[in-house]
Design a protein around this ligand. Structure first.
Ligand code: AMP
Length: 214
């Protein structure tokens, strides 16, 4: 049966890292809408031109654009056996659109990764990413290091600066509440504590996903 997983969590919850691991374990692609948008900005595509300023402010890109982007991505053959969605849906209209997109593809498993706000601010302030390939550096990596994957210089992500982080956390909280209520009302919502070490969070995530199938 297809493994269709949605991970919900605020910026800094470790969602990207956990999504990557879970996708590898389930042998399905991780689909990060943030990565798809950043790639479009870097490549200077028409989509990139449309979203660059919105992303720089930490606001949400419009639902219609996001749904088109995810529809196209889910149509690729590698997503036929399932996916781990990271960063989508972020709003109730996106969740409703996703219901339609996955019709006939098996059930959705929705897991929220929960982390206290003060810990998120701390993590995001310290987070470094590769300026060349975009991958997150392992937590605790100091400034001046190089990327373990491609050797590029490590930098702070453009929207991880203190001002934009505050806005991103506010935007997440405002949008996530109705989104979580939407999935709760369908009995699909599960929560995992994202505060412990990554291995512990991953074990809990695997249990949540396995439990959903029974
Ligand atoms: P992320 O890497 O998931 O934190 O996403 C980075 C930025 O991309 C967000 O702050 C939004 O501007 C935009 N973005 C990513 N996914 C979505 C989405 N599902 N809906 C609207 N905007 C999004």
């Amino acid at each position: 049966m297809a493994q269709n997983v949605v991970l919900i969590g605020p910026p800094g919850a470790g969602k990207g890292t956990q999504a990557e691991r879970l996708a590898a374990r389930l042998n399905v692609p991780r689909i990060s809408t943030g990565d798809l948008l950043r790639e479009a900005v870097t490549l200077g595509t028409p989509l990139g031109g449309l979203v660059r300023a919105v992303m720089a402010r930490g606001e949400l890109v419009g639902d219609a654009l996001m749904v088109d982007l995810v529809r196209e991505r889910l149509e690729r053959p590698d997503a036929a056996a399932g996916f781990v969605l990271d960063g989508f849906p972020r709003t109730v209209p996106q969740a409703e659109a996703l219901d339609q997109l996955v019709e006939g593809r098996g059930p959705l498993t929705v897991v929220e990764i929960q982390v206290p706000q003060a810990e998120l601010v701390r993590r995001l302030g310290a987070r470094l990413v590769c300026g060349a390939c975009g991958v997150n550096a392992p937590p605790g990596t100091g400034a001046g290091g190089r990327c373990g994957r491609c050797g590029g210089a490590l930098v702070q992500r453009a929207d991880d600066g203190a001002e934009v982080v505050g806005e991103r956390l506010r935007v997440f909280a405002r949008a996530a509440e109705p989104l979580i209520a939407f999935y709760r009302s369908r009995g699909l919502h599960r929560a995992v504590d994202g505060a412990p070490a990554p291995d512990e969070v991953f074990a809990a995530l695997e249990r949540a996903v396995a439990g959903a199938g029974r």
